[in-house]
Design a protein around this ligand. Structure first.
Ligand SMILES: *[C@@H]1O[C@H](CO)[C@@H](O)[C@H](O)[C@H]1NC(C)=O
Ligand SMILES: *[C@@H]1O[C@H](CO)[C@@H](O)[C@H](O)[C@H]1NC(C)=O
Ligand SMILES: *[C@@H]1O[C@H](CO)[C@@H](O)[C@H](O)[C@H]1NC(C)=O
Ligand SMILES: *[C@@H]1O[C@H](CO)[C@@H](O)[C@H](O)[C@H]1NC(C)=O
Ligand SMILES: *[C@@H]1O[C@H](CO)[C@@H](O)[C@H](O)[C@H]1NC(C)=O
Length: 451
């Protein structure tokens, strides 16, 4: 797609999706000024971006990670995983809180696993009374796979088919079994449930998109998206409009291209190669940003999480470093490579684990390139100086801080001038506290404001 689309994208950047950034990195003796655009939603899906790619998914309101609740039509009570999991499933709650809320893992367009709040899965018990519903499996298998059958006239009215082929029924408040053979949709039928979809919990990231379309359709959808969302002409446009770099978010599965683990789709590596070719042609530098790491570093859809949990930690460090090693090796010899960002926006991760990873990731880059900058993203939930001393011990390291005048009532209540004043006062002083004579370089990787 050509310029017209890109303008739209740029508007998004400014006003909605925090996608434009300008940064100034200072060294001891000179100022290196990088003005770049973040090519978000290209090689890593960010569902808030338009146009939506999700509309063609069957049951698009039932994606991975979507949280649902089930109320028995007959009893008018919610299904509940007692104690949040590790125990039986009952139907005796009048209010739905976390024990009554189930996260979907999508198996196909109609089959799902139900993850309860202690992270276990609902399944059929395997002892006597195998038809009884329990929530005690750490991993979902056949016995944890249920089909949601929606009523033709009312998609919120459902019945749940167990792996045995029979339907669930709430016989009484304390007895939920998987042995119903009828087919009635009457409200007093024990197999009929009202499904409440917590629509603010719907995640729209790469996992949801590729798994939503499934292995038959996802490859075509992704390839079309990669080929049209950003094109060579956009690189020309960026370069002729005063910018000198692009930041390209990539996902960990790119290192296993062309056959990444499901549901991810191969082919993005060739697109990244194209991006380097185009960048070189138009005199732009490239920042490769590892935006989605295995396990998810923040639980956000753009980290390619399946269901919103942040799992990244020590056990994921080797795989994450291997991804950096792969990227550094592949692009180190390109003079277009400006920097590799080791991880985008960690949030809620253990700081010691993060430092351990940053140290190893730094070494992986330096093993292949002495000139590429290594960017360390500051944890979103920490003070912006938390890595200052640590990062200052390396050479060619940049701290990336993201300033969002957004996602908070505080900013929407302020008018335009107050927002601008806030940046001049608080953001500027925060930035200057980061800029020390012998410290690391600093980079504002993303900023945005709502107007
Ligand atoms: C920066 O300037 C100082 C003092 O002028 C000089 O000693 C040092 O070598 C310079 N550093 C670089 C990286 O050019
Ligand atoms: C629901 O049933 C379980 C199992 O019998 C019981 O332990 C729990 O107290 C009941 N809760 C309510 C609110 O009735
Ligand atoms: C979805 O998966 C279920 C359970 O594995 C299977 O019975 C069903 O046929 C599948 N449906 C489709 C449309 O593939
Ligand atoms: C989310 O659910 C609420 C309440 O059920 C409904 O009013 C709203 O329209 C829904 N929003 C979307 C985007 O479906
Ligand atoms: C860097 O290269 C050395 C020598 O090949 C190797 O032993 C080490 O594991 C590499 N470090 C990383 C982090 O990849």
């Amino acid at each position: 797609m050509g310029n017209q689309f890109f303008y739209t994208n740029l508007l998004f950047i400014f006003y909605i999706s925090c996608h434009y950034y300008v940064s100034v990195a200072q060294t001891e003796n000179s100022t290196l000024s990088i003005k770049a655009v973040n090519l978000g939603n290209w090689l890593v899906i960010e569902g808030a971006m338009k146009p939506s790619l999700f509309d063609g998914i069957t049951n698009k309101d039932l994606l991975d990670g979507t949280q649902v609740q089930f109320m028995s039509a007959k009893l008018q009570k919610y299904l509940c995983a007692e104690h949040g999991g590790g125990s039986i499933v009952v139907a005796n709650r009048t209010k739905a809180l976390s024990w009554e809320t189930f996260r979907l893992w999508r198996v196909n367009e109609s089959a799902f696993n139900f993850r309860v709040s202690n992270k276990q899965f609902v399944g059929l018990g395997n002892q006597a009374g195998a038809n009884k519903l329990v929530a005690g499996s750490d991993l979902p298998g056949n016995m944890e796979t249920f089909q949601i059958v929606r009523n033709d006239g009312d998609p919120k009215k459902i019945r749940i088919r167990a792996p045995t082929g029979l339907f669930l029924q709430a016989i009484s408040e304390t007895l939920v079994t998987a042995d119903y053979e009828g087919s009635s949709w009457e409200d007093n039928d024990p197999s009929v449930f009202k499904m409440i979809i917590l629509n603010h919990t719907i995640l729209k990231g790469e996992y949801q998109l590729t798994n939503g379309y499934g292995p038959d359709r996802a490859p075509t959808i992704m390839q079309d998206h990669w080929n049209t969302y950003i094109t060579e002409d956009d690189f020309r446009f960026i370069s002729t409009n005063g910018l000198n770099a692009v930041r390209i978010p990539v996902g960990w599965w790119i290192a296993q291209d062309p056959t990444p683990p499901k549901p991810f789709v191969g082919g993005s590596l060739e697109i990244l190669d194209n991006a380097f070719t185009w960048a070189q042609k138009y005199g732009l530098k490239v920042i490769v940003d590892l935006h989605a790491v295995p396990g998810s570093q923040n639980g956000q859809p753009h980290s390619a999480t399946r269901d919103g949990y942040r799992e990244w930690g020590d056990s994921y460090i080797p795989d994450t470093v291997a991804t950096i090693d792969f990227l550094a090796e592949r692009y180190a010899d390109s003079e277009t490579l400006l920097a590799i960002e080791l991880m985008n926006e960690p949030q809620g991760v253990n700081l010691q684990s993060l430092k351990k990873y940053y140290q190893a990731g730094y070494e992986a880059v330096r093993n292949h390139s002495l000139s590429a900058y290594v960017i360390m993203s500051n944890p979103l939930d920490r003070d912006s100086r938390v890595l200052l001393q640590f990062a200052g011990a390396f050479s060619g390291v940049v701290i990336d801080v993201h300033y969002y005048n957004f996602f908070s009532d505080k900013f929407s209540k302020m008018n335009v001038q107050q927002n601008i004043d806030y940046i001049k006062k608080y953001r500027a002083s925060d930035l200057s506290s980061l800029t020390t004579s012998y410290g690391p370089l600093v980079f504002v990787g993303k900023y945005c404001t709502s107007t």
